[in-house]
Design a protein around this ligand. Structure first.
Ligand code: ADP
Length: 495
């Protein structure tokens, strides 16, 4: 093994402490995989009010830490807990900023996450722990590479610290006004995008992470290419093209300990590759819980998703009634998000009470029951940086139906029954007809039980654990250190 690294992993959400989406899954799994490779990994996140101190056995690690916030200072404390058995997690505790009902969606979100980041950096000095790498994720922690290139540039404590910035979703950039620069103490450096007119007068934190980090990556190879185009680049494509030599894709994995149908405590009946027939009990249980007729033969399509435009709900809305009219099929959705999709799916259930069930909430236990109980798992995303749903679904023997974009294109191989390969059903054009025909293809294939079984088995056997990707991250860290030292590495992605 290469030399063990000291890695600080910073994230706004981390499973099992706080989660709204895939970022939390990655933050809860990748550090453990890095630790298993022998690295000293520690995680930093906010201590949201809903994170129970007793349940997670958190201990006070630092009291009264003074955090500079430009013209004022905040006093925070740091709790320490554990991720898995061995990874320390530092939680920045500031009731003023983080003792709220939700994780995001507040007017002062910019200020909240700047405070979290600044406290994280200052905490390292008190702990006297000098990381080789600070791994930042999404806009919430994107200010850190900016600081490393400005206010901490000449700080000897960070002289050998490099930054890696991971884009989990380019659609959420954390765009704020000038005031956030004052709060972050970097107003004297001003706006930094004269080359991108839309961004010349706003502070785009994601953009700053991309601009200042030593290495940038995103969570699949296809998405890493897509975001260099105007279609997927969310206005940052010129910047991403500029950084093309240190921008690459590393596909996410799944925490195979957590996501395991053989041991999952939320599902009706445990099963694995050798006892796949037992999956049926989970389907019957899900049908019951969903108030749908308990029928082993009718194909059941599951969906677990944030209800946003990204996830393909507009094209689904244009064809789901035809699907339910024309085919004997059941549809179970778990999701929460935009109000108009809540209404759309509310209407769908009223129209098709025997075929459709929707749970408009966030429910981790029910999610597992849907992965285990569904025959097919739908992700018709308009864009998808990686997507974890399809990976978990395959692990549970639920066959994904996906739009071939981003990580979905990289992880789901389109079925070819004649040639005997493929793990799911993929379609390319983003329209209802392509979506509809992919679903029909899946429904037709489902009729051939032995072919269907082979597709399920290929999905279950596919390796989407974290070990391979964690090694690629180590390659990215090493490259970041080289770049930091002024020795720019090779242009290709690390193998
Ligand atoms: P994204 O990060 O864009 O939301 P991903 O597919 O990468 O999408 O990850 C979504 C994760 O969040 C999966 O683990 C999925 O099971 C989970 N999830 C999404 N919505 C819900 C919900 N309403 N209840 C429970 N889990 C959910």
């Amino acid at each position: 093994m290469s030399k063990p690294l000291k890695i600080l992993f910073t994230s706004a959400e981390v499973v099992p402490f706080a989660k709204t989406g895939g970022l939390a899954d990655v933050a809860g799994a990748l550090p453990k995989a890095l630790e298993e490779l022998g690295h000293d990994v520690r995680v930093a996140m906010p201590r949201y009010g809903r994170i129970d101190i007793e349940k997670f056995q958190l201990q006070k690690a630092i009291e009264h830490l003074k955090v500079p916030m430009n013209h004022f200072a905040e006093t925070v404390s740091i709790y320490e807990g554990k991720l898995g058995k061995n990874v320390p997690v530092y939680m920045v505790d500031s009731p003023n900023y983080f003792n709220r009902e939700g994780i995001y969606g507040y007017q002062d979100d910019g200020e909240r996450f700047v405070l979290f980041c600044r406290a994280t950096i200052e905490m390292l000095k008190t702990l006297n722990w000098q990381p080789d790498i600070i791994h930042c994720n999404d806009w919430h922690t994107a200010i850190i590479p900016n600081w490393m290139a400005t206010i901490y540039k000449d700080d000897p404590f960070f002289a050998n610290t490099a930054t890696v910035y991971t884009i989990h979703n380019l659609a959420y950039q954390g765009v704020f006004g000038y005031r956030i620069l004052e709060i972050a103490g970097i107003d004297e450096h001003g706006f930094v995008y004269p080359q991108i007119s839309e961004l010349a007068n706003v502070v785009d934190l994601m953009g700053r992470g991309i601009l200042f980090a030593d290495v940038v990556n995103t969570v699949s190879e296809t998405y890493a290419k897509e975001i260099r185009t105007a279609e997927y680049g969310e206005k940052l494509d010129p910047l991403l093209r500029d950084r093309a030599d240190s921008l690459f894709g590393i596909v996410n994995g799944v925490d195979y300990e957590e996501q395991n149908p053989a041991t999952d405590k939320f599902i009706a009946k445990n099963y694995d590759l050798d006892s796949l027939d037992a999956k049926l009990e989970n389907k019957l249980a899900l049908q019951k819980e969903s108030n749908l007729p308990q029928d082993p033969d009718v194909p059941l399509i599951g969906m677990i998703s944030r209800l946003t435009n990204q996830k393909g709900f507009d094209i689904l809305g244009q064809c789901v009634d035809h699907l339910l009219d024309l085919h004997s099929v059941q549809f179970v959705l778990l999701g929460t998000g935009d109000q108009h999709y809540h209404e759309m799916f509310g209407n769908l259930v009223r129209q098709y009470p025997q075929q459709a069930a929707v749970f408009l909430t966030f429910n981790a236990a029910l999610a597992q029951k849907i992965y285990a109980g569904s025959d097919m798992f739908l992700m018709p995303s308009k864009f998808e940086p990686c997507g974890l749903g399809q990976l978990i679904a395959m692990r549970y023997g639920s066959v994904p139906i996906v739009r071939a974009t981003g990580g979905l294109a990289d992880t789901v191989e389109d079925v070819n029954p004649a040639r005997g390969y493929g793990t799911g059903f993929a379609f390319k054009p983003y329209d209802r007809w392509a979506l509809f025909s992919a679903i029909v293809r899946a429904l037709e294939t489902y009729k051939y039980k032995s072919i269907w079984r082979q597709i399920q088995e290929r999905g279950i056997k596919a390796d989407f654990g974290w070990a391979t990707s964690a090694r690629k991250y180590v390659g990215a860290y090493e490259r970041a250190l080289e770049i930091r030292k002024g020795r720019v590495g090779e242009l290709s992605a690390p193998a």
